[in-house]
Design a protein. Structure first.
Length: 421
């Protein structure tokens, strides 16, 4: 074991249980553990997606996210419309409680209902263990807001999060603590893979093809083969399967010093896991033209997916590359790997792509597995295409895929004037 890979902090991951539905219940003077309430837009009919359901309904087998028509007919429930202003106000109220215990530097709001707290430097001050402090914080949340929370405690962000996701809900006080000794006995037994933080349904399918079905299978797989298959993300998957996470809350607070090129697009209809790849490819094409025009290459790729307005969620993740690139093919591959890892089969309405960590291009950079002739040929083709588009407009040369019904390239190019920005 390399001890340098195992940090020892006192990290809490706190989640507000059935947040939207619980907020609605508390605001109405109801007990979310005793009433069948669903948060959804009833105007969308029986096919509306539930944004949240009460713990009472979860106990009857109703998942948090489903279509109304999937809820068994024998289950009677009340539908209320989402009120984001209420949820944001409640979230701020809870964060105010966290800030009574830790400074803003030791707090990271992962989402509207989930936060990480690093309490390492506060335990002597409060003369409590991390477990005792978690009990106090969760009690204070309930007393002040009426909301019930669960908490995972671990030596790093990953294990705190997974302890919360997997085990905390099993206990009456909603608290579970994992240490590195729990990796083989608890972490490795997780199956299906998508129950693990950071592994979506699509990445699960890709790993299943490699005969990886449990986190233990992933932890004991050849990490070099994972890197060959998934790039840097393959190594991250292997590290997480072995309980390794060197990230700190301060990492989330660092402002990017490097200039970046980004592009986002709000879609005119709902897209899914299949037709969204065309949109991603078209957006990558725009960004790589900009990179090459400015003689830049990127070392950090970010992909953001926002789901339909009714769902009010999504994800944004970045991946640091081994070598700088301006290649359409390489950047598109990275975007699809991120997408497959985190996408949860929900309707998509916005895509954002960012190329950061920019460097000035000084030549073609290769690794041991690159074919120089192939890289050089792609560079010449891109140079020719860029020249034609810069001279005659972006629609002067288009891919055949741009003629497909789901494509937005031609219309978007027309709106932005056809020529390069």
């Amino acid at each position: 074991m390399n001890d340098n890979l195992y940090i020892n902090r006192n990290i809490m991951c706190i989640d507000l249980k059935s947040f939207f539905a619980s907020c609605e219940c508390v605001d109405r003077g109801l007990d979310p553990f005793k009433v069948p309430l669903v948060v959804a837009n009833r105007k969308q009919g029986n096919g509306a997606i539930t944004l949240a359901v009460t713990p009472y309904l979860k106990a009857q087998g109703v998942p948090s996210r489903t279509r109304l028509y999937n809820i068994p007919e024998h289950i009677k429930y009340t539908i209320v419309p989402p009120r984001m202003k209420l949820y944001i106000a409640k979230s701020k109220e809870v964060i105010g409680i966290y800030l009574d215990y830790v400074s803003a530097d030791d707090l990271h709001a992962y989402s509207i209902d989930e936060c990480f707290l690093d309490v390492t430097n506060y335990l002597k001050l409060y003369k409590k263990t991390d477990y005792e402090l978690a009990e106090e914080i969760l009690t204070k949340i309930y007393q002040k807001t009426g909301l019930t929370a669960t908490c995972g405690i671990g030596p790093n962000l990953l294990l705190a999060k997974v302890a919360m996701d997997i085990e905390a809900k099993k206990y009456k006080n909603g608290i579970a603590k994992w240490t590195y000794e729990d990796i083989k006995t608890k972490l490795w037994h997780i199956s299906p893979l998508s129950k693990m933080w950071g592994i979506g349904k699509r990445m699960e399918k890709n790993l299943n093809i490699l005969n990886i079905y449990t986190i233990g299978d992933l932890a004991n797989y050849d990490k070099n083969k994972l890197k060959d298959k998934f790039g840097v993300m393959g190594l991250e998957l292997w590290n997480h399967a072995n309980g390794i996470d060197l990230s700190k809350i301060s990492d989330y607070k660092m402002q990017a010093k490097d200039k970046s090129y980004s592009h986002s697009q709000v879609l005119f209809k709902d897209y899914n896991g299949e037709n969204i790849r065309l949109i991603i490819s078209e957006m990558v094409d725009l960004l790589t033209i900009r990179l090459r025009t400015n003689n830049k290459q990127t070392t950090i790729i970010g992909l953001g997916i926002s789901y339909s307005k009714e769902i009010q969620s999504g994800f944004y993740h970045t991946l640091k590359l081994d070598a700088a690139t301006d290649s359409n093919k390489e950047i598109n591959k990275v975007c699809n790997i991120i997408f497959d890892r985190y996408y949860n089969d929900l309707p998509i309405r916005k895509v954002s792509i960012c190329c950061g960590g920019l460097t000035t291009k000084k030549g073609i950079q290769l690794n041991l597995f690159d074919e120089y002739s192939n890289i050089q040929e792609e560079a010449k083709i891109n140079e020719t295409i860029d020249g034609i588009k810069n001279k005659y407009g972006k629609n002067s040369l288009i891919k055949a895929s741009s003629l497909l019904p789901d494509s937005t390239a031609i219309e978007r190019n027309t709106k932005i004037g056809g020529h390069h920005e």
